[in-house]
Design a protein around this ligand. Structure first.
Ligand code: NAD
Length: 487
């Protein structure tokens, strides 16, 4: 499978290419900074066609038994499994990852596919009692309708699996807009769904810019559900636009996740975990560990360890490199400016703090960066950078650590390193986030478990797990009255 020179839309189970050259946008290779593909630039006309085809196929797809819908998802997942190495190569190219990391993403997508397919045989509602004689009460799921699914660039195939599989299982039809920075793998996945038997029109993929293709989808009154993963800024815009018509809106947004290192922690493990949380995937994880909160009695020892480990990290896209480039030149620039601003306001750079090389010649790399002397109220303490930057904070005890961890506009994930079950228990109870990890990383979600956050991290829905079905379906309560005298 080669990366296409021109990336099309996918509408009615067919590739659709714009007619004019100007209706393509350039796609650069993050690892080299070189142009390597042109991406269809979706306009209102394509968004409209895709939504119309979703409407046309809705009746047929939603009336297909859920077990049959699940079979198609299982069949697609089996095809994906057979082709996983080939698809991983494409992820590596478009997202700027090593093949090893891309395979990790493929395996996550496959697990999600099998999990969702399994849910088709369960799809539980509840059967319960009624206060009224000869009346029974039960609930069942029904589809929401037409879904707009909008994804970021960091995990294009896993992101596809997290949204598309549960949306289709629940009987919805959907239009997906992948990130303009990772456009092709979603087409490959959509083609596999066609091969597995997905009805024409049940899933379309519209390429292009957020402000154009993405916005047309969310503005269209025929779209019943918007499931968006991306930045807080875009999430708020979507909420404003689609909230006006009371569309169902699931927003999965950013994080500024804290990792606490207590004075009784295994420092070696804690430092290893902090480095992985902060820098793996170049910090391009909503669950990355961008705030490291350390007890003052071990602060200097821990600092030495984490700086040593960070200075040994290898940057690049080979399998033995630790992390690769950022997704775009803009992303590097955003991180560079934020670090420079923090520095000018008194932050001390313990490691990194600058671009790796000339982005145009060698790709979009930024050095793994550790800051200290940053006020918790400073902008950089409160803003997600989505890059390889973490900040060390010093606290006197657990109470202060938890207060600082909770002092954030975000509430996605948090981790603690301690040998004390008492500390771990208090932390998991008091930390105001959606996912907690004890003696582990700030990231690392599993497909059968719910994932999502509080405050600016989202609107309270949980993706993955059976909880994902609650996004993509609505409950229907059914009462049945029977007459036992008329049998
Ligand atoms: P982004 O908000 O810039 O873009 C995300 C997607 O939205 C892209 O497809 C983009 O084209 C589209 N978009 C942009 N503007 C739009 C608009 N006005 N209307 C409709 N669509 C629009 O985010 P990004 O920088 O690509 O992604 C990084 C963000 O995603 C980070 O904040 C990260 O934390 C978040 N993220 C969250 C999760 C989670 O599960 N909570 C997972 C992964 C990434």
């Amino acid at each position: 499978m080669n990366y296409l020179e021109k990336i099309p839309h996918w509408i009615n189970n067919e590739e659709v290419y714009p007619e004019k050259e100007k209706d393509f946008i350039p796609k650069f290779n993050p690892a080299t900074g070189k142009l390597f593909s042109l991406v269809a630039r979706g306009k209102k006309i394509e968004a409209d066609k895709a939504i119309s085809s979703a409407i046309k196929s809705f009746e047929n797809w939603s009336e297909t038994p859920v077990v049959k819908r699940a079979e198609i998802i299982r069949e697609a997942t089996q095809i994906i499994q057979k082709q996983k190495e080939e698809i991983a190569v494409l992820i590596a190219l478009e997202a700027g990852k090593s093949f090893k990391d891309s395979m990790g993403e493929m395996n996550a997508a496959i697990e999600m596919g099998f999990f969702v397919a399994g849910e088709g045989a369960r799809f539980y509602g509840k059967t319960t009692t009624s206060a009224i004689p000869h009346r029974s009460a039960m609930t069942m799921r029904q589809p929401v309708g037409i879904c707009a699914l909008i994804n970021p660039a960091n995990n294009p195939v896993a992101g596809f699996a997290w949204k598309v599989f549960p949306a289709l299982l629940c009987g919805n039809t959907a239009v997906l807009k992948p990130s303009e920075n990772t456009p092709y793998t979603s087409i490959v996945m959509a083609k596999i769904l066609k091969k597995a038997g997905l009805l024409s029109g049940a899933l379309s993929v519209i390429q292009g810019l957020g402000k154009e293709a993405g916005q047309y989808l969310i503005e269209d009154h025929r779209v019943d559900l918007i499931s968006f993963t991306g930045s807080v800024q875009t999430g708020k815009q979507i909420q404003q636009i689609a909230g006006k018509r009371l569309a169902k809106i699931c927003l999965e947004l950013g994080g500024k996740n804290a990792l606490i290192v207590c004075d009784d922690a295994n420092l070696e493990n804690a430092a290893e975990s902090a480095v992985l949380s902060a820098f793996s995937s170049a910090g391009q994880r909503c669950a990355s560990g961008s705030r490291i909160i350390v007890f003052d009695s071990i602060f200097e020892n821990f600092k030495k360890l984490i700086v040593e480990k960070t200075n040994k990290l290898k940057i690049g896209v080979k399998d033995d490199d630790n992390f690769g480039p950022l997704i775009s030149k803009n992303a590097v620039e955003k991180v560079r400016l934020a670090v420079n601003k923090a520095r000018s306001q008194g932050a001390k750079v313990l490691s990194g703090g600058q671009k790796f090389s000339d982005t145009d010649k060698f790709g979009y790399y930024f050095k793994p960066t550790i800051l200290e002397n940053v006020d918790p109220e400073n902008e950089i303490s409160k803003t997600e950078l989505f890059g390889p930057v973490t900040i060390l904070y010093k606290v006197k005890d657990l109470k202060e650590a938890i207060t600082l961890a909770n002092n954030s506009p975000f509430g996605l994930t948090a981790a603690i390193h301690t040998k004390s079950i008492n500390r771990a228990q208090v932390f998991q109870e008091q930390c105001r986030v959606g996912v907690v990890s004890i003696n582990g990383h700030t990231y690392g979600s599993e497909p059968h478990m719910p994932f999502g956050g509080l405050r600016n991290s989202g609107t309270g829905w949980r993706e993955a797990g059976t909880e994902a079905l609650d996004i993509y379906s609505e409950w229907k309560t059914i009462y049945t009255i029977h007459d036992p005298n008329n049998i």
